[in-house]
Ligand binder design. Structure first.
Ligand code: TRP
Length: 309
């Protein structure tokens, strides 16, 4: 069998959050420790442009996300670690793939459809208001990212699954016309953690502003966790783990045994305040060693830049 090639990217539109960690960074770093696997990890700064972010924010985010990968132990000697915009061939390939992509395929993209729906819901009579061509074609750039390096495995959160499937569709169409050049990638989605909710119970996303930054200082982290939405059940009343954001996040970090243990506490009626404290302590202990290194790197952009160069 051919060697597995792992590849994933994170859009540089904000501070790295725990969703980025469990969806992309953690599985990526795990794969990078396996000498049998080839690895490509990158900062999707051209994808960030599609969301019309301001340049200072994009470069700050690029620094922070790069520092996060490095602080958490990415072996950049073994993995190829880069900034998307530093490789002009990716955007060249995007155009070639754009010529092979049915417009109808892009019409079906969840992210585009969600923007249209938001316009309709707010009573706008232009369903495409505020939608750039970059947002519309976003999945084609992502297909170029993936197909460029013939990657076989793409660790992502469940919200990105459709994009990886689109990359497959586009590759198949290209191969059909021009011969077998591209490898069909597969998404790697950890069922344990695939849908992480944010502070308000909706999907954790920079677009909803409900994320928990991975390297929030201890006090800020505690404060954010205390804000996570729960229901109004009293201490002593049995609680459901299903649909509990606190539980989901705990599960994304903890081992199976630890998670089973917490499920028992739920059934026994653990108080929400106590569960929040426990979650805070768990994440804080887990992240603490990397946090110092992260802060050091963010304060030394030249060091991060050298690594990307
Ligand atoms: N769209 C992804 C996100 O927002 C980031 C991304 C860009 C990506 N290109 C990719 C992920 C290629 C995996 C593979 O999370």
């Amino acid at each position: 069998m051919n060697e597995e090639i792992y590849l994933t990217g994170i859009t540089t539109t904000g501070t790295p959050h725990i969703g980025n960690y469990v969806g992309a960074i953690r599985p990526g770093i795990a794969a990078s420790k396996d000498p049998e696997k080839k690895n490509y990890y990158f900062l999707a700064d051209f994808h960030a442009l599609a969301k019309n972010e301001d340049p200072d924010k994009i470069s700050r985010s690029t620094l922070e996300i790069a520092a996060a990968w490095m602080a958490l132990g990415l072996d950049t000697g073994h993995a190829t670690f880069y900034r998307q915009s530093d490789i002009p061939e990716i955007t060249e390939l995007t155009w070639v793939l754009t010529s092979m992509t049915a417009k109808g395929l892009m019409n079906r993209a969840h992210s585009y459809k969600a923007s249209v729906q938001a316009n309709l819901d707010s009573g706008n009579n232009d369903p495409d208001k505020g939608i750039t061509m970059a947002l519309y074609s976003y999945p084609i750039l992502m297909a170029a990212d993936i197909l460029m390096f013939k990657s076989t495995k793409v660790p992502v959160g469940r919200d990105q699954k459709q994009h990886v499937e689109m990359a497959r569709d586009i590759a198949q169409r290209f191969n059909h016309h021009y011969g077998d050049l591209f490898v069909l990638p597969e998404p790697v989605i950890d069922d344990h953690t695939a849908v992480l909710s944010g502070l308000d119970g909706r999907k954790m996303s920079k677009s909803y502003n409900n994320t928990i930054p991975l390297f929030a200082p201890e006090k800020a982290l505690r404060k954010l966790i205390m804000k996570i939405k729960t229901n109004s059940l009293e201490p002593g009343e049995p609680k459901q783990t299903d649909g509990s954001t606190l539980f989901e996040i705990y599960k994304a970090f903890a081992s199976r045994e630890e998670t089973d243990e917490v499920a028992k506490h739920y059934a026994d009626g653990i108080a929400w305040g106590q569960m929040k404290q426990q979650l805070f302590e768990y994440i804080n202990d887990h992240i603490k060693p990397a946090r110092d290194e992260y802060e050091r790197l963010v304060a030394d952009p030249a060091m991060v830049e050298a690594e990307l160069e």
